[in-house]
Design a protein around this ligand. Structure first.
Ligand SMILES: Cc1cc2nc3c(=O)[nH]c(=O)nc-3n(C[C@H](O)[C@H](O)[C@H](O)COP(=O)(O)OP(=O)(O)OC[C@H]3O[C@@H](n4cnc5c(N)ncnc54)[C@H](O)[C@@H]3O)c2cc1C
Length: 442
């Protein structure tokens, strides 16, 4: 039975969150707007301000809600997490205040699943407490969507791994206490067995941040948050491998699915905020003697945004439900894969479309930096690339459906009406003694 209602106890939590995010997290967005500063542990004023807010979140039982009970989190499941992330997604600071910011969320899952007890104590504990941040270092300058061209390698030398090579767009590298690095350990092996995942402490000699790259929506004169990193003969103990040698992709997959759906959930929140702004402007501003909302083009934009957002929200919630059902063992492993791909593909389009329309309805004010819309719009394409480009996911999704399709035998498609009508008449020759319209053309 499909039921869209929310239990009153959980709705009360969501109501608390909505007020808290509006009053506290959005206020932090205004006070600490510098790019990437949510992740900068050295920004003491922000950290000091965030700490009591994080304590309030913990007291409400809403901290680190992405982690299941088996991994030390409250285990709300993905459907409830989706409803929570819709609220969290409204603010840049909220993910940090609620202990569920990427890439730390996925990195925590990897450590919880594959880390040694010592690594968990050293990194997972502080990461989950919100005391440190981490970096996931996979993409390379010569290729992101194609790991077949990765060259950063790790070789075993006695009881140490030695990492050598470059990575690109390693988000939060400059703030991280540790890096999760994927590197080639078995050159020439099939792709799925070629790489391994390592945990690399940030203080290890040889880690060089060449540059911190900024993206659209950010100030080009400020340092960005996406590190171009060079690993120069970086030596780590042999036990700093996560999983077995050659299992790097398997380990990486543990984080990528979750990351994609969490971004989708938060996209709903950001687009809802843009829609709220669109509606407020449409009933506030008058042009040519009428409210903006009385002009049909503006009405079309509002209606299209409402529909796009509702469609995307339902897709995200269904995907969350599929993940919960699969994790509970009621559906086979891998069931949500296509739906996660659908969310990934739709996400950037919905973001750009709804935020773009909100910006347009605000006119010059919308494109100005006095409103947040232009920066949000600028950052939207980032969603299309982070965790794999939209086009690659589109292609993967199409191939998954094509694999299920069966070629028709004969000249015409299986839905060809004359062919089907002929078969129907053969099956029921006396059903229409007066004849069927079109029968003469058979
Ligand atoms: C905001 C942001 C944060 C990021 N954070 C991290 C991070 O923390 N760690 C990390 O390792 N990486 C990170 N990345 C990098 C991200 O994973 C890559 O951008 C992504 O994998 C694509 O790689 P690329 O940029 O090299 O693009 P390319 O691989 O060069 O792809 C460019 C274009 O080629 C086409 N294309 C490529 N492959 C295919 C295909 N298979 N099918 C169809 N078309 C295709 C698509 O049009 C695609 O957009 C981040 C990126 C962004 C934007």
């Amino acid at each position: 039975m499909i039921d869209f209602s929310v239990e009153p106890e959980f709705q009360a939590k969501l109501d608390w969150m909505a007020k808290f995010v509006r009053e506290e997290c959005e206020t932090m967005d205004l006070l600490w707007p510098e790019q990437g500063c949510q992740f900068d542990p050295s920004l003491k004023s922000a950290r000091d301000h965030a700490k009591p807010l994080q304590d309030q979140v913990k007291a409400q039982g809403l901290w680190a809600c992405h982690l299941g009970a088996n991994l030390g989190g409250p285990g709300y499941g993905q459907v409830k997490l989706a409803l929570m992330n819709e609220i969290i997604g409204r603010s840049n600071w909220a993910p940090v205040v609620f202990g569920c910011a990427a890439p730390d969320t996925g990195n925590a899952e990897i450590l919880a699943l594959f880390g040694t007890p010592e690594q968990k104590q050293r990194y997972l504990g502080p990461l989950m407490a919100g005391d440190i941040v981490s970096c996931f270092s996979m993409t390379e300058p010569q290729g992101g969507a194609d790991p077949g061209v990765f060259t950063c390698k790790a070789t075993l030398d006695g009881d140490e791994w030695v990492i050598e090579g470059e990575k690109w767009f390693s988000s939060n590298a400059r703030f991280a206490t540790f890096f999760l690095v994927i590197a080639v350990t078995s050159e020439g092996a099939p792709l799925t067995e070629r790489m391994s995942m390592f945990v690399v402490p940030a203080e290890t000699p040889g880690i060089e941040i060449i540059r911190n790259v900024a993206i659209a929506g950010e100030n080009p004169y400020e340092e960005g948050a996406h590190g171009h990193v060079r690993y120069n003969q970086v030596r780590i103990p042999a036990d700093h491998i996560l999983g077995r040698p050659g299992e790097g992709f398997k380990v990486a997959q543990a984080r990528l699915g979750g990351g994609r759906i969490h971004h989708a959930m938060r996209t709903v929140g950001k687009c809802q905020r843009a829609l709220d702004m669109m509606l407020e402007r449409a009933v506030s501003r008058v042009t040519r003697g009428r409210k903006l909302g009385d002009h049909q083009m503006v009405q079309a934009k509002i209606a299209e945004s409402v529909i796009e957002l509702e469609q995307f929200r339902l897709l995200t919630l269904k995907t969350a439900w599929l993940i919960d059902e699969t994790e509970a063992g009621r559906m086979p492993h891998g069931t949500p894969r296509n739906h996660i791909g659908m969310c990934k593909v739709a996400m950037a389009n919905v973001w750009m479309s709804v935020i773009g329309k909100a910006l347009e309805i605000h006119g010059s004010l919308g494109i100005s930096l006095d409103m947040p819309l232009a920066n949000w719009f600028g950052g939207g394409m980032g969603l299309a690339f982070a965790d794999g480009p939209t086009d690659a996911h589109k292609s993967q999704l199409a191939r998954a459906y094509l694999k299920k399709a069966k070629a028709v035998e004969g000249m015409f498609p299986s839905e060809h009406i004359p062919t089907r009508l002929k078969a129907a008449l053969e099956r029921y020759p006396d059903a229409r003694p007066e004849g069927v319209p079109g029968q003469g053309r058979l």
